[in-house]
Design a protein around this ligand. Structure first.
Ligand SMILES: Cc1cc2nc3c(=O)[nH]c(=O)nc-3n(C[C@H](O)[C@H](O)[C@H](O)COP(=O)(O)O)c2cc1C
Length: 355
């Protein structure tokens, strides 16, 4: 019995299978955060996934901390995304937009102001500035309490624009060290007010954002992504199990489509997802280093409802077909993950062409 390939209902959306394409930043937008036709081709090629989740897309200029990532705060960006959603729908696919604000992960040259966060400590390492040079991260500015509603409003605006762009739903990016994760994780959040300290306070901003997103989208159309163990972008938490089971439990208050857990960095496979499964009543997507067999197992033993693949979708646009027909997978070229143009983006052949 192959559960991966069975159709399945997510909220009120019928998905053709339980295979999800992970959000994957590919840095192919222009300097204004607008996609070209290439993105439409790229996503259409991958419409065999039960659900596509787009690359992380910035909700505001202030939240756009990387060179050439797409945005969703203006008309030109919405229009370019409309071409993507039409193409995916025409090909029979479903697509959610992942929304983010990068917080302290960014550089002032990209948006003309000091980065903002829940801390005044910079992440370690360097980031690409607007002139493509690598620069050390700048120390962020702690957001004033009076500025927090503005961050929620940026997410709400992004949610509204994603709706205009024709998406089937949105994923709130609370993973991988961006602004919501900077508030969630105890090792980074230094605030002393209602948004820092206790777990309840650290989850508050996420809950306000989710509430605003659900107001726009209604039930079953908003997902949330967590990365309890991912240490990239200087992230840490003294007790990831406590933090993320708490956050997941709080998500029961909302009629979400799903919680999406990426296990990157987890000490033991599936353990955190099973802990979240116990406290969270809705659907769960699991991700991180999985292959077809492992994905099938995780559905069979009811650890998750959907299985999400990242790198395999980069180099196998027809990943679902390859799973169905037991065909070998092509390896992705790491050198072209973030380079401009079609090479390593839209030129990976489907298995039939490769043969
Ligand atoms: C090139 C690349 C870009 C990524 N961009 C994002 C992103 O925009 N948003 C996100 O939540 N995760 C992002 N991730 C993490 C992936 O969604 C996924 O969690 C990770 O690749 C592990 O899954 P896999 O082992 O199936 O590749 C990215 C990963 C890679 C390799």
């Amino acid at each position: 019995m192959n559960k991966l390939l069975q159709s399945y209902r997510l909220g009120d959306i019928e998905l053709a299978n339980r295979i999800v394409m992970a959000p994957l930043t590919r840095s192919r937008a222009n300097a204004q955060g607008v996609h070209s036709e290439l993105a439409m081709i790229y996503y259409r090629q991958r419409a065999g996934a039960g659900l596509i989740i787009t690359e992380a897309t910035a909700i505001s200029k202030q939240g756009s901390g990387y060179v050439n990532i797409p945005g969703i705060w203006n008309e030109a960006q919405v229009k370019a995304w409309q071409d993507v959603t039409h193409a995916v729908h025409d090909a029979g696919g479903k697509i959610f937009m992942q929304l983010f604000h990068t917080g302290r992960v960014g550089h002032s040259s990209l948006y003309g102001e000091q980065p903002v966060s829940s801390t005044t400590t910079a992440p370690p390492g360097k980031v690409m500035a607007a002139d493509f040079s690598m620069q050390p991260y700048e120390a962020p500015r702690m957001l004033g309490a009076e500025e927090i509603p503005g961050i929620v409003a940026q997410f709400k605006n992004g949610a509204e624009n994603a709706k205009k762009a024709g998406f089937d739903g949105i994923e709130i990016h609370a993973a991988n060290g961006y602004i919501l994760d900077q508030f969630l994780r105890g090792g980074v959040n230094e605030r002393m007010d209602d948004y820092g300290g206790s777990l309840g306070n650290r989850v508050r901003l996420l809950k306000e954002v989710v509430e605003a997103a659900v107001e726009v989208w209604g039930p079953g159309r908003v997902g949330v992504r967590f990365s309890p163990y991912n240490g990239s972008n200087g992230m840490s938490d003294p007790d990831p199990v406590e933090t993320f089971t708490y956050a997941a439990k709080e998500m029961n208050e909302f009629p979400l489509a799903y919680i999406h857990i990426t296990e990157m960095g987890a000490p033991e496979p599936a353990k955190i997802t099973r802990a979240i499964r116990k406290v969270y009543k809705g659907a769960i997507i699991i991700n991180g280093g999985l292959d077809k067999e492992r994905g099938e197992e995780l559905l069979e033993d009811n650890t998750a409802d959907f299985v999400c693949y990242g790198m395999p979708f980069i180099s196998n646009p027809d990943l679902v077909e390859r799973f169905r027909s037991d065909l070998p997978l092509a390896a992705a070229d790491k050198a072209t993950l973030y380079t401009p143009g079609p090479v390593g983006y839209t030129d990976y052949p489907v298995a039939k062409e490769a043969a």
